[in-house]
Design a binder for this molecule. Structure first.
Ligand SMILES: [Zn+2]
Length: 485
């Protein structure tokens, strides 16, 4: 009816057209970040029947949820190298909730896949979002990569006095509320691969194959869960003694806490969907709260999760005050050229008194491609330098650098982007790569990849249906739990 009125005006066609466009596309959002693209497919809980954002009790609930989800997707698009766009299905659903506690959300990979060309390990499941990046193509274009659900009942009083908090990029929220942003960042991480595919109650692996996550778990003696029998894994899951073995995370833990030990959630009382697929609430004695713990903790951060994703094979966008840097392949093939892209804040460097920009590859070599030759010089097979003053003269306030790098041998390798001032140059004009002037670095592991699928072994397994991981909130942890009997 309203349309009829609109149609009588000459501009109504435009209005109607844009309305139709938003109707067909309103439920998908394209989020673009420094590392790539994420597509959000919004199912229940965002839009009303007329396609407009949901309004509840006069509150713009749907728009708030859209804004927070977009911000959470942007976070991951800014931090991960995403060469194959990730598709996330997200919905609000009636999940478990009582006055004593609630499931805030759940998520998992929509599919897992093994033995694709580019897989770092044979005979192991990979979540599809990660597998696509490692393969360098969309292995299953017809399906979404990640399913995420949030508990809609929390906005409808299922837990007296508690509610979602819709601060757009809030990791913290007032007492009695749960930051949806924090929760969404957490749940998406599960979908990206922060979860095991094994049945933690029996120790059985899925269809006889270990998974990418389990390859990074070990017991106190250092025995990998992927090498254990089902009975040993079953025992490990409730042993309180399961640790993250991946070297990126252990090194970050060492840097931040001084302790090279990362304890995973393996409580005596098994929690299906939660045990093993989170950090322990006490990662080690010095560890700050981690967002990938089993409970919502206001103000937690992802200080350790990023490194675990790198251990699984995700490429990370690295950033510091003046640089953002990303590589086109997190686990580059030995002997094959891969691209490194970087953005440099030239104006900022100049103001900070830095006059040289260095890029150096350890364990490999580089080719300068998208680099202004007038200001940049190749110093050696593995090093280049650009002059800040010359870049400024050429009117570069921001500079995009593109180089190709190639690693010579299997194992740890590094790309360092750094700025120096004249003082430092005097002492480091020969030896590049000394730590004191390192600003941004990409740590990678050059790999010999699985090149040919074995005949008949390429397979996929529909993982969802059963939700893999739950974020359970323990109300008593924040001390505002109504008395319980
Ligand atoms: Zn979780």
């Amino acid at each position: 009816m309203g349309n009829g009125i609109l149609m009588s005006f000459s501009r109504a066609g435009l209005v109607l057209f844009s309305l139709l466009a938003s109707l067909t596309q309103a439920n998908t959002l394209d989020i673009v970040g420094d590392g790539g693209r994420i597509k959000l497919v919004l199912a229940e809980g965002f839009l009303a029947a007329d396609g407009q954002p949901l309004v509840h009790d006069g509150q713009p609930l749907g728009q708030q949820r859209i804004d927070v989800m977009s911000a959470a997707a942007k976070f991951w698009a800014d931090h991960l190298i995403i060469t194959e766009p990730i598709v996330i299905n997200v919905r609000f659903a009636d999940l478990l909730c009582s006055s004593g506690g609630a499931v805030l959300g759940s998520a998992g990979p929509a599919q897992v896949i093994s033995d694709f060309v580019g897989a770092p390990h044979q005979g192991a499941w990979y979540p599809i979002a990660l597998a696509n990046q490692l393969a360098g193509r969309d292995l299953m274009p017809a399906v979404a990569d990640i399913n995420v659900r949030f508990n809609s009942r929390i906005d409808y009083g299922c837990m007296p006095g508690a509610s979602w908090y819709y601060g757009v990029d809030a990791m913290s929220s007032p007492p009695g509320t749960f930051a949806l942003y924090n929760t969404a960042v957490h749940e998406i991480a599960h979908g990206l691969g922060f979860t095991t595919m094994m049945d933690v109650s029996t120790g059985q692996v899925a269809r006889g194959l270990v998974d990418h996550y389990m390859l990074n778990l070990s017991d106190v003696r250092g025995l990998s869960l992927s090498q254990m029998t089902a009975a040993q894994r079953q025992a490990a899951a409730t042993s309180e003694q399961v640790f993250w073995a991946g070297e990126h995370a252990r090194s970050v833990s060492q840097d931040i806490t001084g302790i090279d030990r990362v304890r995973m959630h393996a409580p005596r009382e098994l929690r299906r969907g939660s045990s093993l697929s989170h950090f322990s609430t006490s990662i080690n004695s010095q560890a700050p709260a981690e967002t990938m713990g089993p409970y919502f903790v206001s103000g937690s951060s992802l200080w350790l999760s990023m490194a675990t994703l790198a251990d699984m094979g995700w490429g990370l966008v690295r950033r510091s005050d003046y640089f953002v840097m990303a590589m086109s392949d997190a686990m580059p093939q030995v002997g094959r050229w891969v691209q490194v892209r970087a953005a440099v804040d030239v104006a900022g460097l100049e103001q900070a008194g830095k006059d040289q920009i260095h890029l150096q590859v350890t364990g490999g070599e580089l080719k300068m491609e998208g680099v202004p030759q007038e200001a940049c010089l190749k110093l050696a097979a593995n090093a280049m330098r650009c002059s800040v003053a010359q870049l400024q003269q050429m009117d570069f306030d921001r500079l995009q650098i593109k180089v190709s790098v190639r690693f010579a041998a299997q194992g740890p390798a590094r790309v360092v982007l750094a700025a120096t001032d004249e003082q430092q140059m005097l002492s480091s004009s020969v030896t590049l790569g000394q730590d004191y002037y390192v600003d941004t670095r990409l740590d990678v592991r050059a790999a010999l990849k699985h090149q040919q699928p074995e005949t008949g072994s390429v397979s996929w397994w529909f993982f969802c249906g059963l939700v893999s991981v739950l974020l359970v909130f323990g109300l008593r942890r924040q001390g505002f739990l109504p008395k319980k009997h």
